[in-house]
Design a protein around this ligand. Structure first.
Ligand code: NAD
Ligand code: MN
Length: 496
């Protein structure tokens, strides 16, 4: 928790200066041509104009990344030295916490306290974890007949393109960049056009930490131009993407249309939380259900948006959710350290979420609370609960990406699992039960990359984070993600 007051934060926001261009080859590149406007969703007033890069800027950035890669300035650096640079970078992020917090909060409306307590410490941890892995990427020697010696090297891929969303701008970029860099790759990062600023600070600090120029580049711009140019580039070896399922599919198309680059995808979700009759501590379960959908304004890929509640407890569960959930998250100024619910990212996203709420009502779901917007100037939506939802309704099938929970009554574990799996998505799921066999059966049968038992959203850096089905197939965090930024090279030595 910060010791600064709301007034202090506003003062700092007003005094904040920051670059608004690209970062290429170790230097800020101010915008010269086209620009786009970033709007502060807490006020819906323009915040700044940012360079709208396209194919030309992407070409420069990729060329810079390629030069750095070919030169070996980063990938052939002694692994302990790479480790030291990445560790210093993690420390610099921590040191600049206030600036990072302001940049992301001003662009996308996240409560400043969330930035300070979640995004920034998690980004620091991400760089620390992958820094520590820098000198632990081993090759191997295999068993062969006596006429040969065979070893396998694990090498970086080359230039990696990272395309990231706006819901955790600093943190989602970190989840991609940290393993890519630890493995020795160069990176070109295309931030979301809603939240383009923190990436530029990252790139600058990475060089300050001692990294060679060209290893981490940032090109700002729209998805259709800068993003597409990056994903179609023939000198890009991999695209690491987090965002919508729709655009994730496009990444695969772009790879096929260009150079068969690798693609790792972390896309949408409609994560079920199953609460069985033997849920145990009902208040604790309800608290997790509330936090799991209203945290970060529901703009979370693994948000627990479908509450599958056993018939035996559904009435009591919903009653307690209403009693506590109505006031647990209160819309407010994101620069107020006490605020836990900021605006949605943009006015158009708010319109989309309100549209879903209208659809839910029309589909016959029961609006328990919320469903409207508070009397504030920004793009806010009040926390909303629908009960009496069926899994056929659009509000149960489609990713809303806002603070909208759907409660669905289920009859026992088998039906709960069937409904949980009746989704194109499979990012995360949870089951709440006191029965050991039921818990393990649910883990076995749920089609999701992350399963929580008697909790939600718990984990650490060792946990592979990613989806089944159309939630994508990438895995962030964890050793596996680092290996995804490497390729093997087999060396077969004939011994005569
Ligand atoms: P999006 O998928 O359009 O954007 C994600 C990133 O992809 C951004 O950097 C964007 O510029 C880029 N992009 C967009 N079109 C592109 C293209 N044709 N080529 C290359 N890059 C492209 O997401 P959005 O429009 O910001 O949000 C729409 C919905 O996606 C949300 O409402 C939500 O349902 C979902 N979403 C999911 C996540 C997640 O964490 N999984 C994050 C953001 C959005
Ligand atoms: Mn989009």
């Amino acid at each position: 928790m910060t010791t600064l007051s709301t007034k202090d934060w506003h003062g700092r926001a007003a005094a904040l200066t920051y670059p608004t261009g690209h970062y290429i080859d170790g230097a800020h590149v101010p915008s010269t041509g086209k620009r786009f406007t970033v709007t502060n969703p807490a006020t819906n007033q323009p915040l700044c104009e940012v360079a709208a890069g396209g194919a030309q800027e992407i070409d420069l950035a990729v060329a810079s990344g390629k030069r750095a890669f070919r030169s070996g300035s980063w990938r052939r650096m002694a692994p302990r030295d790479r480790l030291a640079v990445l560790s210093r970078f993690a420390q610099l992020i921590e040191k600049n916490a206030e600036r990072f917090a302001l940049l992301d909060t001003l662009c996308m409306g996240k409560p400043i306290n969330d930035m300070l307590c979640i995004d920034i410490p998690q980004a620091v941890l991400t760089f620390t974890y992958f820094a520590e892995l820098s000198d632990k990427i081993d090759g191997s020697v295999t068993a062969t007949a006596s006429d040969a010696f065979h070893y396998i090297l694990r090498e970086p891929l080359g230039v990696v393109g990272c395309i990231v969303p706006w819901n955790y701008p600093l943190l989602m970029a970190s989840w991609k960049i940290a393993p890519a860099l630890a493995a020795g790759n160069s990176v070109v990062l295309k931030p979301a056009e809603q939240s383009p600023l923190s990436a530029l600070l990252m790139a600058e600090l990475f060089v300050e930490a001692g990294a060679p120029a060209g290893v981490l580049n940032v090109v700002n711009g729209m998805g259709e131009s800068a993003g597409a140019a990056l994903a179609l580039h023939t000198d890009v070896a991999k695209i690491a993407f987090t965002g919508s399922t729709e655009i994730g599919k496009l990444m695969l198309t772009y790879a096929g249309q260009s150079n068969m680059k690798r693609v790792s995808l972390e896309c949408g979700g409609k994560s079920p939380q199953i609460f069985l009759g033997d849920v145990g501590d009902l208040d604790r379960a309800v608290t997790y259900a509330i936090n799991g959908i209203f945290g970060n304004m529901g703009e979370v890929c693994n948000a627990g948006s479908r509450l599958l509640i056993d018939q035996s407890i559904v009435e009591e569960f919903v009653a307690r959710f209403v009693a506590k959930g109505k006031t647990a998250f209160v819309a407010g100024d994101p620069l107020d350290p006490a605020t836990n619910l900021g605006p949605l990212v943009t006015a158009s996203h708010r319109a989309r979420v309100l549209d879903y709420i209208g659809t839910g009502k029309r589909e016959g779901a029961r609006l328990e609370f919320g469903g409207d917007a508070p009397a504030l100037p920004g793009s806010y939506v009040n926390p909303t609960l629908f009960s009496g939802v069926t899994n056929q309704m659009a509000i149960a099938r489609e990713e809303i990406f806002g603070p909208v929970a759907s409660a669905i009554a289920v009859n026992g574990i088998d039906e709960a699992i069937a409904i949980a799996n009746d989704s194109i998505y499979g990012l995360a799921a949870s089951v709440w039960t006191q029965d050991l066999s039921t818990a393990h059966k649910a883990v076995r049968d749920l089609e999701a990359g992350v399963i929580w038992v008697n909790c939600f959203d718990h984990g650490d850096m060792t946990q592979p984070f990613g989806g089944y089905k159309q939630s994508g197939h990438g895995r962030d965090k964890c050793l596996e993600s680092l290996l995804g930024y490497t390729q093997t090279k087999s060396a077969w030595i004939h011994l005569g």
